[in-house]
Design a protein around this ligand. Structure first.
Ligand SMILES: C[S@@+](CC[C@H](N)C(=O)[O-])C[C@H]1O[C@@H](n2cnc3c(N)ncnc32)[C@H](O)[C@@H]1O
Length: 265
């Protein structure tokens, strides 16, 4: 799948520095409501961290996953490009693991990490902020041992495409539907700048589902689990509440994928 020239340019792997205050203000040390109610439980269900395992959290940001991994008795390493997010992570989660600065697409160049040293690598709501996808997957495959796993937890690429999807109301059929305007083309969508200063922006990278599954397979990572997750949000009371409830139960807005690194790779 080709990329358009103007879509290939990343916003910069440290582009999260200027939005760090906004992001940590929203997410906090324990994670946003999305994290706590949907993303973290779904990721843990796929990861199943075991006592003594080494877990690498790629694009860890403020490190909200660290206490959960440490709580399972596993050892946690978070890696992120943003110095400011890592400062926050260390301030709140130093007791739960270690945090390393570096580029997720070049883990091989980070001195503190070794090939095959991890039982699992996870991307908690980060893979869609990291580009190029194939380099990030290859780097994760490098970091995990044969038989180890890679878990991706992301917004569902089939149903939740930044600026290209949304809910609609079908008056005749009295149902809420999901509208998808674009899907197959890869997109690099600039996200609005946040916070009081409103400087800096990040990019969200849309890729179709096949890019993830084929990208994993290309580095010897065989998908063995998929979790399609609806949002936790209940509809506001009103005339459309029943239809809204049905639609939000039926259309998953989050996706989890687990892949296992083939032996001998
Ligand atoms: C949406 S945040 C998610 C952070 C965290 N996993 C969470 O759930 O709160 C995306 C993270 O990806 C990081 N990131 C983006 N590109 C990166 C890269 N090339 N290398 C390392 N981290 C990167 C950003 O710095 C940011 O912390």
């Amino acid at each position: 799948m080709g990329r358009r020239k103007n879509q290939a340019r990343p916003a910069g792997s440290d582009s999260w520095n200027p939005v760090a205050d906004w992001y940590t203000g929203w997410v906090g040390a324990e994670g946003s409501e999305h994290h706590r109610r949907v993303a973290i439980p779904a990721l843990l269900e796929l990861l199943l961290p075991a006592r003594g395992e080494q877990v690498l959290d790629v694009g860890c940001g403020p490190g909200v996953l660290a206490p959960h991994v440490a709580g399972a008795g596993a050892r946690y390493t978070g890696v992120d490009a943003s110095r400011r997010l890592l400062e926050f992570a260390r301030r709140h989660h130093a007791a739960h693991g270690r945090f390393v600065q570096g580029d997720a697409t070049k883990l091989q160049e980070i001195g503190e990490l070794q090939a095959g040293a991890f039982d699992a690598a996870v991307f908690l709501l980060s893979i869609q902020d990291i580009d190029p996808l194939e380099d990030a997957l290859a780097a994760a495959a490098w970091a995990v041992r044969p038989g180890g796993r890679v878990v991706l937890l992301m917004t569902h690429p089939c149903f939740r495409i930044p600026r290209q999807s949304g809910w609609g109301w079908d008056r005749q059929r009295k149902l809420q539907y999901r509208r998808v305007d674009r899907y197959l083309t890869r997109l690099a969508v600039p996200m609005k700048s946040y916070g009081a200063a409103r400087h800096g922006f990040t990019r969200s990278y849309h890729r179709p589902l096949g890019a993830y599954v084929n990208g994993l397979a290309a580095c010897g990572l065989r998908v063995d689990g998929i979790h399609e997750i609806p949002t936790h949000k209940s509809p506001e009371p009103g005339p459309h509440a029943r239809a809204e409830r049905l639609a939000t139960r039926e259309i998953p807005l989050f996706l989890g994928l687990r892949a296992v690194k083939e032996e001998g790779r």
